[in-house]
Design a protein around this ligand. Structure first.
Ligand code: HAM
Length: 422
């Protein structure tokens, strides 16, 4: 029988990589603290309707990418493909409109999308998701963009490009939609099949088609910024002013529309050259009507999500520092069973002192235990044999310097502590 392997598009994050993730997540947590965002944990699955209504029936995510199943009671549930709709549901369900607005939340965890796997694109991937709910103020859009930039700077990322656009609102978008359809209609036959299908259902999506010919056609398409109503236009202007005040470089991209239907006003992405085709490290924007789409009152909101795999890939590509890889400081080496009993006691005495320490339980030779100690990059090997037990000492070998000394039992812990600190 063949060994069962993990399904296509999902990855095991092994220890050699997991500590880098921990660094990214810890840094994110710190930045969230500086910006006043609180952590929430949300369910991995929700009612399918939350996503089909919230994200939009004609989006790729809802049409083709959701992991949807019936539970034992016949209810349709879906593994979350993103977090924004769940965040809004959580805000509504817990009456958060009574709190000081905006309510600022963040969360991190796995998302699920049935996509074609490639570098930086997986079927299970992690997002850091940051949302501010309950305010229309353009300064909140600015804060969300600044959060992303501040985080990427803190992680040491460079050469990132911030692209922004405004996708308007239900007041101004219909006018733009008509203008776009007029333009696209005269080039209809040259569009790819997918875009021909999008023409009636979701013409704005044609703007970010990856097909070369469609892109060529859309280069000269009318831009939504020329169709914005006064409110959207003023809002966009203020967000851009704020970016200038904060010294955030950005590029306006009139064709940036994002793949989810809930966006209104600000849309933005942060791109990295390190990632190839899947070049967005993060994406986000404003979604003032999402709460109503899922049955709630009007709750404006803005946020972003960043892919943890893509952050780590970009950091690796740019040789960024992930801090210190966790390892063992001390390895205890024993000669026989009598020594083993004494060693067990020392092992837990050291752990209680918050020193990272390990030993061998499998009866390896002293030589091979010492090899394990250096493979684990331990700083000290503490050797216990018959001689040491008799003399009431431990032989401490400093694996960094190659030096060795006998240390009396009662000063052992202090000696180890002083040595590791020095
Ligand atoms: P999104 O653009 O679909 O937006 O995803 C955000 C980020 O998640 C992407 O920029 C990318 O880094 C990562 N990502 C997406 N799909 C994959 C995948 N298959 N494999 C690996 N990484 C992926 C959203 O999800 C919105 N909810 C963002 C948002 C929050 N808008 C407002 N608030």
């Amino acid at each position: 029988m063949d060994i069962i392997k993990a399904p296509r598009g999902v990855r095991d994050i092994l220890p050699d990589e997991a500590w880098k993730w921990a660094y990214v997540l810890e840094t994110s947590r710190k930045v969230a603290g500086f910006f006043g965002y609180n952590e929430v944990h949300l369910p991995l699955f929700e009612h399918t309707e939350l996503f089909s209504r919230g994200i939009g029936d004609s989006t790729d995510v809802v049409e083709k990418e959701m992991y949807t199943f019936l539970d034992r009671a016949g209810r349709s549930l879906t593994l979350r493909p993103e977090l924004t709709a769940s965040m809004v549901r959580c805000y509504l369900e817990h009456g958060m409109s009574k709190k000081v607005q905006p309510v600022k939340l963040w969360s991190a965890g796995p998302m699920f999308r049935y996509e074609r796997p490639q570098k930086g694109r997986y079927r299970q991937f992690w997002q850091l998701d940051v949302e501010a709910l309950g305010s229309e103020a353009p300064e909140v859009d600015l804060e969300i963009i600044a959060f992303a930039i501040y985080l990427f700077n803190a992680l040491g990322l460079s050469n990132l490009e911030v692209v922004i656009n405004s996708v308007g609102c239900p007041v101004c978008r219909p006018g733009y939609r008509d203008a776009l359809k007029r333009y696209v209609g005269s080039n209809f036959d040259a569009l790819c099949n997918t875009c021909q299908n999008r023409f009636e259902r979701n013409p704005l999506r044609i703007l970010d088609c990856k097909n070369e010919r469609c892109r060529e056609i859309m280069k000269d398409a009318p831009g939504i910024v020329d169709y914005l109503c006064v409110e959207c236009s003023e809002h966009f202007k203020r967000v851009k002013e704020g970016m200038t005040i904060l010294g955030i470089n950005y590029k306006e991209d009139k064709n940036l529309v994002r793949g989810l239907d809930y966006y209104t006003k600000t849309a933005f992405e942060v791109l990295s050259g390190e990632l190839g085709a899947q070049n967005a490290v993060c994406g986000g924007g404003r979604y003032d009507n999402l709460a109503e789409t899922i049955g709630g009152p009007h709750v404006p909101g803005v946020g972003f999500a960043a892919g943890i795999e893509r952050i780590v890939l970009t950091m690796e590509g740019q040789g960024c520092d992930f801090g210190q890889q966790p390892g063992i400081d001390v390895f205890i080496v024993t000669a026989d069973d009598l020594a083993k009993n004494k060693a067990l006691k020392l092992l837990y005495d050291l752990r209680r002192e918050q020193i990272s320490v390990d030993m061998d339980y499998t009866g390896k030779s002293i030589g091979s235990q010492l090899k394990t100690a250096s493979n684990k990059e331990a700083k000290l090997a503490c050797i216990l044999g018959g001689v040491e037990i008799e003399k009431g000492v431990v032989t401490v070998k400093d694996l960094r310097k190659g030096s060795q000394s006998e240390v009396a039992n009662d000063s052992f812990i202090d000696y180890v502590k002083a040595n590791l600190a020095g």
